[in-house]
Design a protein. Structure first.
Length: 244
């Protein structure tokens, strides 16, 4: 049984249809990447799963339960955390305070527990550990991205939705972010990853889906996607080197 399943999902922004009958499934423990050009519907898919958008047709099922009519707060409580594009930290709060906010959907938790759990996340993200008490606005883009991911993990999710975690980051920082995604998977959290950096996304994914103008164009394991020259040229970028 799939942990998450989208069945014929159609989503509109006003009169514009952003997703057209999209169906996909993710098993528990997988990292699945959703690829495609700007405007393909990748972020729309994540926003619909997390309850920020409502489908006009189709269903979203989590752990064999329909969640398409639920709001974001209820979906977080079920175990889905969404790390949106753009980091969206609170600039006047410290890195630790931003991370601890991720537990807000878990009910009342003792401050000592929040501090202990945030310390555990700083161990996972050693690059930001020295900046635990630094204000969000003072952090670099890469540090802010790590805080945003840590905040998502603070919700103790069964499914983590990551939207463009490498956007705007230097290559060396991108490598670190994707190493952390690999570690998140090893710890048992299921991940749905939206990325334009196809090479890095497929290097950590079990499977990939490619969206084109709101429709599912192709899917498969990373090696299958890279082996298809037409797929590489049309959807993944002809100049991207094949993953070893």
């Amino acid at each position: 049984m799939s942990l998450l399943a989208l069945d014929g999902l159609t989503v509109r922004y006003g009169e514009i249809e952003a997703l057209h009958g999209v169906s996909l499934a993710i098993a528990a423990g997988e990292v699945v990447t959703l690829l495609g050009a700007n405007g393909a519907g990748k972020s729309t898919t994540l926003r619909t799963i997390s309850g920020l958008l409502a489908p006009v047709q189709g269903d979203v099922r989590f752990d064999d339960r329909s969640i398409a009519a639920l709001g974001p707060e209820a979906i977080v409580r079920l175990g889905i955390a969404h790390v949106p594009e753009g980091r969206r930290l609170f600039p006047g709060l410290s890195a630790r305070e931003n991370i601890m906010l991720g537990a807000s959907g878990r009910g009342r938790i003792a401050k000592s527990t929040l501090i202990r759990e945030s310390d555990e996340l700083f161990d996972l993200f050693p690059d930001i550990k020295p900046f635990a008490d630094a204000l969000g606005w003072t952090l670099s883009g890469g540090q802010q991205q790590m805080v945003a991911v840590a905040r998502g993990l603070m919700a103790k999710p069964r499914l983590l939705l990551l939207d463009e975690p490498s956007l705007g980051l230097a290559p060396v920082v991108v490598q670190k972010v994707f190493a952390i995604i690999g570690e998140i998977r090893r710890r048992g959290t299921t991940v749905l990853l939206v990325e334009q950096n196809a090479r890095m996304a497929l290097s950590v994914a079990d499977r990939g889906y490619v969206l084109e103008t709101g429709r599912l164009a192709v899917s498969g394991k990373p090696a299958e996607l890279w082996a298809n020259d037409e797929v590489r040229a049309a959807y993944l970028g002809a100049r991207i080197e094949r993953v070893a």
